[in-house]
Each structure stands twice: as structure tokens, then as C-alpha cells.
Write a protein that binds this ligand. Structure first.
Ligand code: ADP
Length: 441
């Protein structure tokens, strides 16, 4: 509605401007005053020459024909004056009677001129007098024309000024309407873009939700059936079960429970991250203690596979301890999971320039070269992970965590040979415990 209104205003203003320009154009194009001045001057000149010629005729210095020629020239000039639009202009200046006087003077002298004699003093004087009178009237016309011209110029100047102001007004109105239209159009585009972004987000969320449901339901089934099978066996065997067998069964149940817990944790973290519930709290962190506790938290059988090379890693640094622990725990358990049961896993730490670097290296299944770029995508699992339990959520979370630390996750891997996952983020020495921020022995 508003856009249509603004466009209508724009159109009306432009139309009005065009009409006003056309009207003003005709208003400016008036009769020039120069015409009256020029014709009057010509008449005055011829009348003066006639008066002079009459005097010369009286003194016998020119013939009557010369006087007649001058008279005819004056007559033709006055006729020209009468035939053009000059009469109208002069009449509008208030000289209507004078035009008639000029004509009557000319006509009065036409007859006597045919028989004019130099010694006929009365006729010569009359002609001389009338010629001078015509000359004076013509001079008055010229003067009036000049004054009228000035007045008209003043009017034209005022008109021009007014037209300029009008055009300026129309331009401003056009500009304002144009700005309104532009704002409306831009707003429209913006809301369309927002709606499209919201739709894309919705689609992505629903795609993730579907992928998540399928992965999680699949991954839940295995530990649940292990728990179920072991419990059934224990029920059936009852008191006949040996302590060793009981220990094996219970250990299986516990491992399955741990797996379920991890699954729940990563699922919850993914949801919390999605809803922006995970916030970053940087505080002093004892990196060496953190890494030691991660190693201790791995399944007992795997702990002996872990090697540590942390000599060049500062002990204290600013970091979000909980998130960093989660990221490293993920990398270490992946390294153990995706490599043979007897293959070593090495955790290294050092300073590179102003960055803190912590890497986890394994000699496991590796990742196909064409899949490395997608490894941090949510729910993505490489071909080499087939048959190994997992959800594809963990690495995505790790890369989000390292981003919160203003850093990045590097992945180097070769299929069948192993992988190295490296956390790199700016090193911020822990202020509170700065004295302790030395590389450990
Ligand atoms: P998952 O629960 O599947 O292990 P992650 O997000 O932790 O999920 O890892 C995503 C995928 O990256 C894994 O499915 C696997 O294909 C690959 N991957 C992660 N760590 C390793 C590793 N150390 N060695 C080989 N492949 C790995």
C-alpha cells in the first residue's frame, strides 16, 4: 500500500512538473520590446529627414521630387509600423490616439505635397511642422517601448525565479517520494532475505534432526542389546555363575552403560550448542593435570597405549577448562577407538610462535583423502569408520570448542596409516599463576 502510494505521488509530482514547465515556457516566450523601439526609431529618423529636406527645398537646394521621396519613405515606415503587431503594443502602452494622429498628419500632407512650391511658405512650414510632430511622437513611442521592455524584462526575471523555485520544489518532492520508494523496496528485500534465511535454517534444523534421530537410535541399540543379553544370561545362570563370569558380564554391562553415557553427553552437548547454551569461560588451567586426568579416564586396557610428550607445553594457560577437557577427551578416545588395540596413541603439546598446540596422533584406520574436508561436519562419518560405533557428533563439537578459543582444528590423516588431530589456539599465559606457567620437566 505504502509503496503504491509513494509511486503515485512520484508520478503525480513528475506530471505536475512537466505541465508547469510547459506553461512557464509559453509564459516566458513574449513579444520582444526591441520591435517597437526599432520601428519607432526608423519612423522618427525618416520624419526628421523629411523635415530637413523640406527646409532644404525651401532654400532651393533640393527638388520637390526629393521631398516626395522622403515623404513616401516616411509613409512606408509608418505603414510598416501600423501593419505589424507594434500598434497593439503601443496601444497597450496608452498611445492609441497618437497613432491616429500620425496617420492623419501624413494623410493631411499628401495632397498639398503634389503641388508644393518653395515660395509657398505656409504649405512648406505646415509640412515641416507636421514632420517634426511625427518625429516627436515616434520618439515618444521608442521611449515608451524602452520602458515597457524594461518592465517586461523585470517580469520575465521574476517568472524565471519563480519557475526555478517551482522546479526545485518538484525536484525535492520527487526526491522524497523516491527515497520513500527506495526504503520500502529495500525493506521488502530485507524481509524476503530474512524469511529465506529463516526457511533455510528451518530446513537445516529438520535435516539435522532426521540425521540425528537415525544415528542416535542406531547407536543406542547396540549397547542396549549388550546390557539386555548380559542381564538375561545372569538371570538364567543365577547362583550357578562363577565369579569370573559374573565379572565379565558386569564389566560388559558397565562398558555398555559408559558408551550410552558418552552418547547421551555428546547428544546433549550438540543440543546445547545448537541453542547457544554453551558459553565460554576462560580461566587459568593446568594443562598437564588436565591431560593426565583425561588419560586416567580412558578404559583401563587402553591406558598403557597412551604416550605423552609435554616437555615443551606450558603448564598453565588461560582456557575454558571444561570445554578443553571435553575436546581432548574426544580426540583421545577417537584415537584409541579408530586404531588397533595394541597401537600407541601419542599426545604432544608445545608452543608455536604465539600459539598453543596440542596434538593427538594414532596409527589407526585413517581417513580417506576425499573425506578429510567433511570430517568436522555434524553426523559425518568416514568410510573407514564402518563397523566402529560412533555418531559423528564429537569432532563437530571439538571444532566448535577450539573456535570458541579463537583457534582451529587441523587434521592430517592417511588411510590405513593413522591420523593426527591438532588443536591450535592463541596462548594466553595464566595471569593469576604466571609464575607456574613454565614448561614442565
Ligand atoms: P564418531 O562418534 O563417529 O567417532 P566423531 O565426530 O568423533 O564421531 O568423528 C567423526 C568421524 O571422523 C568419525 O566417524 C570417523 O570417521 C572420523 N574420525 C575421527 N577420529 C578419527 C581417528 N582418530 N581416526 C580415524 N578416523 C577418525
Amino acid at each position: 500500500m505504502a509503496a503504491a502510494l509513494a509511486l503515485t505521488i512520484l508520478f503525480v509530482v513528475l506530471l505536475a512538473a512537466v505541465i508547469r514547465l510547459a506553461v512557464n515556457e509559453s509564459r516566458l516566450a513574449g513579444e520582444p520590446a526591441e520591435g517597437v523601439i526599432w520601428f519607432s526609431s526608423q519612423g522618427q529618423y525618416e520624419a526628421m529627414r523629411l523635415a530637413d529636406t523640406v527646409l532644404m527645398f525651401e532654400a532651393d537646394r533640393v527638388s520637390r521630387d526629393e521631398v516626395a521621396l522622403r515623404f513616401d519613405l516616411l509613409d512606408s515606415r509608418i505603414r510598416l509600423f501600423e501593419e505589424g503587431s507594434m500598434t497593439e503594443r503601443v496601444t497597450s502602452m496608452g498611445y492609441q490616439d497618437e497613432i491616429a494622429v500620425v496617420r492623419s498628419l501624413v494623410e493631411r500632407q499628401r495632397q498639398p505635397l503634389a503641388t508644393l512650391q518653395a515660395n509657398d511658405t505656409a504649405a512648406v512650414s505646415s509640412l515641416h511642422y507636421d514632420a517634426q510632430t511625427i518625429s516627436h511622437i515616434m520618439r515618444d513611442f521608442a521611449n515608451a517601448g524602452m520602458l515597457d521592455g524594461r518592465e517586461r524584462q523585470e517580469i520575465v526575471r521574476n517568472n524565471r525565479r519563480q519557475i526555478l523555485l517551482e522546479i526545485l520544489g518538484y525536484l525535492l518532492a520527487t526526491l522524497a517520494a523516491g527515497v520513500v520508494v527506495a526504503i520500502i523496496v529495500v525493506r521488502g528485500y530485507r524481509s524476503i532475505a530474512q524469511a529465506e534465511a529463516a526457511l533455510a535454517h528451518e530446513k537445516e534444523v529438520s535435516r539435522l534432526h532426521r540425521a540425528f534421530t537415525s544415528v542416535v537410535s542406531h547407536q543406542f541399540r547396540t549397547p542396549l542389546s549388550i546390557i539386555d543379553a548380559s542381564s538375561q544370561r545372569m538371570l538364567r545362570r543365577g547362583a550357578a555363575m562363577s565369579v569370573d563370569e559374573m565379572t565379565t558380564r558386569v564389566t560388559k554391562i558397565r562398558n555398555a552403560c559408559q558408551r550410552l553415557t558418552r552418547l547421551m553427553e555428546s547428544t546433549l552437548n550438540a543440543a546445547r550448542l545448537e541453542q547457544g547454551e554453551i558459553t565460554f569461560h576462560s580461566r587459568p588451567c593446568d594443562l598437564h593435570v588436565l591431560i593426565a586426568s583425561i588419560c586416567d579416564n580412558q578404559p583401563e586396557d587402553d591406558q598403557s597405549r597412551i604416550r605423552r610428550s609435554l616437555e615443551r607445553l606450558p603448564r598453565w594457560a588461560m582456557a575454558d577448562v571444561t570445554l578443553l577437557e571435553h575436546a581432548l577427551q574426544n580426540l583421545v578416545s577417537n584415537a584409541l577407538k579408530y586404531s588397533p588395540a595394541d597401537a600407541p596413541v601419542t599426545i604432544r603439546g608445545w608452543l608455536r610462535g604465539s600459539d598453543l598446540v596440542i596434538s593427538v596422533e594414532d596409527l589407526g584406520v585413517g581417513i580417506p583423502a576425499d573425506e578429510i574436508d567433511f570430517i568436522s561436519e555434524r553426523f559425518f562419518r568416514a568410510r573407514t569408520a564402518e563397523g566402529i560405533p560412533g555418531t559423528g557428533i564429537g569432532l563437530n563439537f571439538v571444532s566448535q570448542i577450539v573456535k570458541l578459543h579463537s583457534g582451529r582444528l587441523d587434521v592430517e590423516s592417511e588411510q590405513g596409516k593413522g591420523s593426527t588431530f591438532t588443536l591450535i589456539f592463541p596462548y594466553k599465559p595464566a595471569q593469576r599463576l604466571a609464575a607456574a606457567a613454565q614448561p614442565a620437566d
